[in-house]
Design a protein around this ligand. Structure first.
Ligand code: SAH
Ligand code: ZN
Ligand code: ZN
Ligand code: ZN
Ligand code: ZN
Length: 494
């Protein structure tokens, strides 16, 4: 949720998705993405390649101008860097270690907390000065509990589902008849699926975890985990992993596949959407002809304020009212200690009427909208929708002709509803596409140009990738991730 504001004289960075032909140079995280700075008036900046996965230079400092000639020495250095970042052992080796580990007597099962690895007896000596703990059989089935969540503020923070949310997801998927779950960045869901299978009273489900965190490789077989980057659809183990996905997407004997993705919230929508479409396309190619134009069932978990951008990429998606919450994130936690209302939602192409939201958690069915909504989200007869996005009861403004947040008031000067304390007379946020204050997105001269992705400079949804790029000075650097998050959350609740 690190949504940063860029400074006012830069309108942000656009991603230009690969369109075949030119191949992007690679960093340790696979093919880089091509970025372009957009200046005032839509003037184009020089394009450059940067890491798809890391938003901070300290995590991956890859940088190359699009038209730059790269010396042999630099290419060699890059290659060395790539090698140094690879996991030390192959997935195959991890599997055989896991089998050996599982067979060990309890008192020999150790996990090194410093290195975050399972220790076979031969390694106990080498890690003797590290903090290690005994691992029970039960703990082995819960890697997401055993492993320390990555807390890299920017690129890779891991927010794990609460019991409540993970069980809701799993039960919903089972009720919808899915038997294969492609878990993209959802290690806890994968783990729960495996646990549920142990319980013989259920129809077994298959799952495949695609994640950049290769610590998970230690716990799964080759057909259960692939080291993967969801921002560029890159398999770190190449063809072998790609084939694992291919096999997983094939639906034999009435199997039904669904994808559930929970990307880092700082992630760029367009590259993610591109990846999910690529997966969906692979799935579709495996379908029999009569379903050849359908999309693969998908659930994309992301904050509600990304709704317009996600729907732009996937018009078939609906945002559900269900609030997803997380164990290790107080802001997103349900209940007394955290913020009561998580801003994180499910975006899906599954028919919303089929995703039953729990009554005892305050959801009801709206028969007009044909979807489950929060009880507070009252149907507006004038708009003919249940309008609330943030979980509070919205109210209709007849001057605006739409429902607005409860804290907003209609401002005559601006001719729209806004917070009472808004900077009056300065118009709305400006153009969503290029950031200009002169026009709205509809009238944007850049709207239909080749640009595929855009970022607004304003806080709401853009500029997230800005801070690490040398071209753009950003306020982001001056604020801690936490401070920015808190600020964003505060803004949200107004
Ligand atoms: N709520 C989920 C975890 C979501 S946190 C659960 O409980 O299972 C985001 C996840 O995405 C983490 O597992 C993280 O390792 C993974 N991730 C982050 N960046 C990624 C990338 N570029 N490619 C693939 N996975 C990534
Ligand atoms: Zn160690
Ligand atoms: Zn209304
Ligand atoms: Zn109004
Ligand atoms: Zn514009």
């Amino acid at each position: 949720m690190d949504v940063t504001e860029a400074n006012d004289d830069s309108f942000g960075i656009e991603v230009i998705l690969p369109q075949g032909g030119k191949t992007a140079p690679c960093c340790p995280h696979g093919p880089t993405l091509l970025f372009e700075k957009v200046c005032k008036g839509g003037e184009k900046g020089r394009r450059f390649y940067a890491c798809s996965a890391c938003r901070e230079r300290k995590d991956c400092n890859f940088f190359q101008w699009e038209d730059e000639k790269v010396s042999e020495a630099r290419l060699l250095a890059r290659e060395a860097e790539k090698q140094s970042k690879r996991p030390l052992v192959t997935q195959q080796e991890y599997c055989s270690r896991f089998r050996k580990f599982s067979a060990l007597p309890l008192d020999e099962k150790k996990f090194c907390q410093d290195c975050q690895i399972l220790l076979l007896p031969g390694l106990h000596e080498a890690h003797s000065s590290h903090r290690s703990i005994a691992v029970s059989t039960a703990q082995l089935t819960r890697p997401s509990v055993l492993l320390r969540p990555l807390d890299n503020k920017k690129s890779n923070a891991q927010y794990l589902f609460t019991e409540r949310s993970s069980h809701f997801l799993l039960d919903s998927l089972a009720a919808l008849g899915f038997t294969k779950v492609l878990c993209v960045g959802t290690p806890r869901l994968q783990e729960l699926i495996k646990l549920r299978n142990l319980d013989q009273k259920h129809e077994p489900m298959k799952s495949l975890l695609l994640d950049i965190d290769f610590r998970y490789a230690q716990f799964y077989s080759q057909d259960e985990f692939c080291h993967y980057n969801m921002f560029n659809h890159h398999f770190f183990d190449g063809e072998a992993s790609s084939a694992v996905l291919q096999a997983f997407l094939r639906e034999a004997d009435g199997q039904k596949v669904v994808m559930v993705a929970d990307p880092p919230f700082g992630g760029l929508v367009k590259p993610l959407a591109n990846t999910f479409s690529l997966i969906s396309q692979r799935w579709r190619k495996l379908q029999t002809s009569d379903s050849s134009n359908t999309e693969m069932p998908m659930m994309w978990i992301f904050p509600y304020f990304f709704e317009p951008r996600i729907l732009e990429c996937f018009p078939s998606f609906t945002m559900l009212d269900y609030q997803v919450d997380y164990d290790n994130h107080s802001l997103y936690k349900h209940g007394k200690t955290g913020r009561k209302q998580s801003p994180v939602r499910l975006f899906t192409n599954i028919s919303p009427k089929d995703v039953v939201l729990p009554k005892d958690e305050g959801y009801r069915f709206c028969s007009i909208c044909q979807r489950f909504v929060l009880v507070l989200n009252k149907h507006c007869a004038k708009c003919n929708v249940c309008p609330s996005k943030d979980g509070r009861e919205w109210k209709h403004c007849s001057a605006c002709g739409k429902c607005v947040k409860p804290s907003w008031k209609h401002c005559q000067a601006c001719g729209r509803c806004a917070l009472p304390a808004h900077p009056c007379g300065q118009g709305e946020d400006g153009c969503f596409n290029c950031g200009s204050q002169e026009h709205k997105r509809k009238a944007c001269p850049l709207k239909d140009s080749h640009r595929i992705s855009s970022h607004r400079s304003k806080a709401k949804s853009g500029g997230k990738n800005v801070s690490r790029h040398p071209l753009v000075k950003s306020k982001a650097k001056r604020k801690s991730g936490g401070a920015r998050r808190a600020k964003k959350m505060a803004a949200l609740s107004k």
